[in-house]
Design a protein around this ligand. Structure first.
Ligand SMILES: [Zn+2]
Length: 330
């Protein structure tokens, strides 16, 4: 493939009317996803996880002269099973990154709790459950409180503050226990089948592997790896354990991880990851870069499509990245 490949990172792929109990989860609609792939396949050569691995790790170029396009999905979402089927029908192999708590603990990943709770109970409801959870944990909400007055405060700015709180301000065990308290007293109370609505099951993941797709790890509970103080326990639970669990459970070599959240603050440099472990050959961020031979396989770039992206807009964005990073990369 010429010069390298660009990668896409999808999350929710569904229509907003699909699960009326949980409206408004932002993502790409299935129709938009199909159209994006159709249009992008005219310009790029869709590459499998196996080919991307060979290219990134061994630097081997193979196949025709177009720039490669790798398709990836984060968060082990229930939506991904149907997407995997559609891709398989078209002969496309994709990479699915799984937060392993959905299987080891039978519990959802942290941000998915936030998304679903906001979707159903809105900001006011979420903050009510949040205050109860702080109280139950014996935590004083001064400094940890988020206030919101409907009609006065900007909802999107408030949602941003809620996400930042769980991603960066609360420590790992506190964020997890507060979110699980919220989950158990809201979503799970109202929907005993919540986990299956949110995430993939083990059987589904087995089926997806059977279709030819690859899996990788996405930490256990979806922490910001870069922003967390990583002692031996955290490294084991969030970095090494998930890889071993996936490898043993699905009898697959697991060579790749994708960093939860994936921004500069959330990832490690390739060197830092290598000092910590040699368990992974590839690590994906969401830095908008092309993956050329000169790029560290532990700092791979991906582009996250927005729910508002048209296929033309997304194609232009990828071509700009190729123009910027692909020069002389062959
Ligand atoms: Zn994620």
């Amino acid at each position: 493939m010429q010069a390298g490949y660009v990668a896409l990172c999808y999350h929710y792929v569904r229509s907003s009317t699909e699960d009326p109990e949980f409206p408004g989860l932002l993502g790409t609609t299935l129709d938009a996803f199909d159209e994006q792939l159709r249009k992008l396949a005219d310009v790029f050569e869709v590459v499998s996880p196996g080919r991307a691995t060979t290219y990134s790790v061994e630097g081997k170029l193979s196949g025709p002269d177009r720039v490669g396009l790798l398709i990836t999905f984060d968060d082990g979402l229930q939506d991904h099973y149907r997407v995997a089927e559609r891709l398989a029908e078209r002969g496309i192999k994709a990479w699915f990154f799984i937060p392993t708590c959905i299987l080891t603990e039978n519990l959802p990943a942290n941000p998915i709790i936030v998304h679903y709770c906001l979707s159903k109970y809105r900001i006011d409801g979420f903050l009510g459950f949040y205050r109860e959870a702080l109280e139950a944990a014996g935590l004083d909400d001064s400094g940890l409180g988020v206030s919101f007055t409907r009609g006065v405060d900007d909802p999107w700015a408030t949602i941003g503050r809620i996400k930042e709180l769980f991603r960066y301000r609360l420590d790992r065990p506190t964020a997890r226990s507060v979110l699980l308290h919220i989950y158990e007293h809201s979503i799970l109370r109202d929907h005993p089948d919540a986990l299956g609505r949110m995430h993939l099951t083990r059987e589904q993941i087995e089926g997806m592997i059977g279709m030819g797709h690859a899996i990788g790890s996405h930490s256990c509970t979806h922490i910001s790896v870069g922003a967390t103080a990583l002692g031996p326990e955290e490294v084991e639970e969030e970095i090494l354990g998930p890889r071993r669990f996936l490898e043993q459970t699905f009898d697959q070599p697991i060579r790749a991880m994708s960093y939860p959240f994936g921004g500069p603050r959330d990832c490690l440099s390739g060197e830092s990851l290598r000092r910590m472990t040699d368990a992974y050959d590839l690590a994906f961020t969401v830095e908008e870069r092309m993956n050329t031979r000169s790029r560290s396989p532990l700092e791979l770039g991906r582009v996250m499509p927005y729910s508002t992206d048209t296929s033309a807009g997304l194609g232009d964005k990828l071509l700009k990245i190729v123009a910027q990073d692909g020069q002389g990369a062959r």
